[in-house]
Design a protein around this ligand. Structure first.
Ligand SMILES: [Zn+2]
Length: 93
């Protein structure tokens, strides 16, 4: 029968897209905010230890392209989906 669903082998939209790096750590769509937050939480400690001269940043600032912490992919290397950065960076705060 045409239209039968049983033939779908690839799972649609299951990919947790690999979207870039934060300070060398690879991040996916679901971990990017967690990584940014953990880095944000560490920065005051770095600062106390004298490892950081600038002000600790918020997760949002860390994810700001201009700060240079985040390397962004244009496309997910696994599924080839275009990375919707606007969408990824806009929620939560
Ligand atoms: Zn993907």
């Amino acid at each position: 029968m045409i239209g039968s669903k049983s033939d779908k082998s690839s799972s649609p939209k299951e990919c947790d897209c690999f979207i870039g790096f934060i300070s060398g750590e690879s991040v996916t769509k679901s971990t990017i905010w967690k990584e940014a937050k953990s880095l944000s939480n560490l920065q005051p400690i770095f600062k106390e230890c004298g490892l950081m001269k600038s002000q600790p940043l918020s997760p949002k600032q860390i994810l700001d392209n201009r700060r240079g912490y985040l390397s962004r992919f244009g496309y997910c290397p696994y599924c080839g989906d275009k990375v919707d950065w606007k969408k990824i960076l806009s929620p939560l705060d």
